[in-house]
Write a protein that binds this ligand. Structure first.
Ligand code: PLP
Length: 281
């Protein structure tokens, strides 16, 4: 069951007019929220980021947080899996094609849910391969915009190379992955690039830094150079659907000793413990 503009229906019945500005211009924003045991994880933080994205494209929020919560509860209840991945999507609505904002148009609101599948055990056991590429996206990567063509092309480069993610480099520094945030471990220190307009402020990224602080894991939030990425002991990828994963090959070369390292093992365990605590509470 999905939600579209006030109605709940099977996805096969959902219809969007071709003049929707999401379809014509990619003029909209979205969120992806993981659900464990039918409870949304870090809902307040995801709704806060949705607001930031809406502010960034100057579109007023069609719902209060309470209304979003109710809509999401109904979608969660209307779908089979206990663990789900919620997708929320808001566009500037349907209007005659013109770049400038239309007046008096209702935004399009769409919510769907897919089963949330745990990353394959093998990926966690041996790590995954990634490639690097130049970050050729726009300068508002902090907005979770539905216009994802650069991300689509960058991630396909990884798939074409038999890898699962593309680590993006801009002017000698790492920004993030095509669909994830990236951490680097150097000299035993967890390094995270600072949140700014060049990367999406990841919800999982925040959880990892909170866990690092709470558990006295040495960490620094600062710019990470391409050299540090290429000579890293470990590289970690984070996202709501992939959680924390070790990148053990970069551009065909081993990262560290080519196996998931101690920092990954520790953070992954802490993340799983944290999830269980939050979900029980
Ligand atoms: N960066 C980009 C470009 C993403 O698309 C995503 C998520 O899909 C992330 C980072 C990770 O964000 P989160 O941890 O909130 O899922």
């Amino acid at each position: 069951m999905i939600y579209l503009n006030g109605d709940f229906m099977p996805i096969e019945e959902a219809r969007i007019p071709v003049l929707d500005r999401g379809f014509i211009f990619g003029d909209g924003v979205y969120e992806v929220i993981p659900v464990y045991s039918r409870k949304p994880f870090r809902l307040a933080e995801h709704l806060h980021r949705l607001q930031h994205s809406l502010d960034g494209i100057r579109l007023s929020n069609p719902h209060s947080n309470k209304e979003w919560s109710h809509l999401l509860e109904r979608i969660i209840a209307g779908n089979e899996s206990d663990d789900q991945s919620l997708y929320l999507h808001v566009t500037r609505g349907v209007a005659k094609r013109d770049h400038a904002f239309p007046k008096g148009v209702m935004p399009t609101v769409f919510i769907m849910s897919n089963p949330l599948l745990a990353p394959p055990a093998e990926w966690l056991a041996t790590g995954v391969a990634a490639i690097t590429a130049s970050d050729n996206r726009w300068l508002r990567c902090d907005i979770k915009a539905i216009s994802l063509l650069p991300n689509v092309l960058l991630r396909q480069m990884a798939v074409d190379a038999g890898a699962i993610e593309t680590v993006l480099l801009r002017e000698g520094f790492m920004t993030e992955g095509a669909a994830s945030n990236i951490f680097v471990i150097k000299d035993g220190i967890l390094l995270a690039p600072p949140k700014n307009h060049l990367m999406l402020p990841g919800i999982t990224y925040d959880v990892v830094l909170e866990l690092a602080s709470a558990n006295e894991i040495p960490h620094e939030v600062r710019e990470v150079s391409e050299y540090e990425v290429r000579t890293a002991q470990e590289i970690l990828l984070t996202s709501s659907t992939k959680e924390i994963m070790p990148i053990t090959r970069l551009d065909g070369k081993s990262v560290g000793d080519g196996r998931p390292g101690a920092m990954f093992t520790l953070l992954h365990q802490l993340y799983q413990n944290y999830k269980s605590t939050v979900m029980r509470g």
